[in-house]
Write a protein that binds this ligand. Structure first.
Ligand code: ZN
Length: 182
C-alpha cells in the first residue's frame, strides 16, 4: 500500500485512453493494489475523486467520493450518455493540474453505466454538481483534462491561478456556479 506520486499535466499517461478491466482481473492482487493505492492517494490529497491514470495506471477505474456522506463509488469501464445537455458551469481544479482553476460548462445530467467491484453492471444518473464530478473523473479515462474544456474567450477570464481565483472568482452563496476541487 502506498500513496502514489500524482501524474501532472504533460505526463503522457494523462493523454491515453485507459485500458478496460476484465471482470477476471477484479480479484487479482495487482488490481487490488492499484485500487488500494488510489484510495490512499485520494485520502492523502483530500480529493473528491481520482482516476487511475492520475497515479500513472492506464486502466479504466475511477473513485467518486461525492457526496461526502456516502460510501465512495468505484467505477470501472464506464460508458457515459448525456441525459440533459443544458450546460452548467463550475470552477474545476485537479490534482494533475495544480495551482489552476478553470470554469467548465458540462451537461447538467448524465447516465453512467459501469462495472462495480463484484463485476456487476450498475447505472447511476447524477445531475447538478455530482454530474460534473463524474464527468471530470471519467474524462481522465479518455485522455481529457478540464483545461481542454475551458472556453477561451477574450475578456472571459475563465481560467485562473488558485490565489487569483480565491481573490477574484470564488463563487458566493448566491452565484450560479460552484466549485470542484479534486
Ligand atoms: Zn482531475
Amino acid at each position: 500500500m502506498a500513496i502514489r506520486k500524482i501524474a501532472r499535466m504533460g505526463h503522457p499517461v494523462l493523454r491515453m485512453t485507459a485500458r478496460k478491466i476484465q471482470s477476471s482481473e477484479l480479484r487479482t492482487p495487482e488490481f487490488r493494489a492499484v485500487l488500494r493505492d488510489m484510495f490512499e492517494t485520494l485520502e492523502e490529497y483530500e480529493g473528491i475523486g481520482i482516476a487511475a491514470p492520475q497515479i500513472r495506471e492506464s486502466v479504466a477505474v475511477a473513485i467518486i467520493a461525492y457526496p461526502a456522506d456516502q460510501e465512495p463509488k468505484v467505477v470501472i469501464n464506464p460508458e457515459i450518455t448525456v441525459l440533459d445537455p443544458t450546460p452548467q458551469g463550475y470552477w474545476e481544479g485537479c490534482l494533475s493540474v495544480p495551482e489552476l482553476r478553470g470554469l467548465v460548462y458540462r451537461p447538467r445530467k448524465v447516465r453512467i453505466e459501469y462495472m462495480d467491484l463484484s463485476g456487476k453492471q450498475q447505472v447511476v444518473e447524477p445531475e447538478g454538481f455530482e454530474a460534473t464530478v463524474y464527468q471530470h473523473e471519467l474524462d481522465h479515462l479518455f485522455g481529457t483534462l478540464f483545461v481542454d474544456r475551458v472556453k477561451f474567450e477574450p475578456g472571459a477570464s475563465p481560467i485562473a491561478f488558485t490565489e487569483e481565483y480565491a481573490r477574484y472568482h470564488a463563487p458566493g452563496e448566491d452565484d450560479e456556479v460552484g466549485e470542484l476541487d479534486d
